[in-house]
Design a protein around this ligand. Sequence first.
Ligand code: NAD
Length: 356
Amino acid sequence: MAHDVVLIPGDGIGPEITQAMRRVVEATGVQINWNVQEAGAGVMDEFGTPLPQHVLDAVAETKVAIKGPITTPVGTGFRSVNVALRKHFDLYACVRPCLSQPGDGSRFRDVDLVIVRENTEDLYAGIEFDEGAAEVEELSQLVERSGQKTFAADSAISIKPISIAKSRRIVEYAFEYARRCGRKKVTAVHKANIMKATDGLFLRVAREVAANYPDIEFNDKIVDATCMGLVQNPNDFDVLVLPNLYGDIVSDLCAGLVGGLGMAPGSNIGADCAIFEATHGSAPDIAGQDIANPTAEILSAAMMLDHLGENDAANRIRAAVSTTLDEGEQVTGDVRRAQTGSVEGAVGTQAFADAV
Ligand code: NAD
């Protein structure tokens, strides 16, 4: 049976790495009807939005999509298309496995952990007010009335909502994932010593949920100590469940444990829709040069094939990537440099895909 999948190439290195990914998926023999849809700055002029309705409709129809990264303007300009997609389809669980591969060039061995990041609330909710906005003055009066020390009048404000229902949903997802995948431990990551209301709520809910899973070990850790622990003893960790922003940051740290951003795949999972994408962004510094590492995107496709029930093809892709990296003959510059200290002898994005 052929599977219908929306493919959003994205921008920056997106078109190159999704082309490489598509080539590898097609080599497995699994039949995919690719519905290619464009989003991002490139479609702004034509449709007046970086995320046109027809793209949302296409994903709503197939319920499965894989995308390349999409650039988000920094500081000003349109809001993130990536965040908008996650919110629109309520893709509440961002799952990012970090697994060492022989040949990944990392200074760490045998890392095998999974980030489960809440994907819909926290400081990513996008509720923000610029300095000078009337709401900032109103909020300042509100804070004053509550008896708390208020903030400087020239502040900009971001609001961090963390709810009971969404915290419970993501922590339950992490425990169910742990059970399903034979994992032993879940660590809830927070900063509840400082953010007693929001992160305190997240931690309280995590403890309540953990009590329903006596077969899975549970602990919690403050986010800064977690970062140190991850770089010192990554093997102490198994499944980590985090609110949105910590999940974003810790994901990149963990990518660094397994060879870098070019190696770290991911998925955004909702109740009835899933979008697969690498952890990394659009890497404008290396775009259009055929030097980006497509491994993260290819491994994201393997996660997608698992989701589609094509586990054999997914396993073959993972094995082929692992063998190609281990042989070390045909790897991209980031891996080559990690392995040998120089990019000399590296191959391009498409040549790596051919080797896989
Ligand atoms: P980035 O992840 O794009 O790049 C960080 C560094 O890692 C760069 O040096 C880059 O060259 C390198 N890198 C990333 N992917 C690589 C790959 N596959 N192979 C080799 N090297 C790779 O982060 P950034 O530069 O901070 O962000 C660029 C843009 O991407 C921003 O607009 C950001 O908002 C966006 N972004 C999008 C997504 C997404 O689409 N889901 C995620 C993160 C960032």
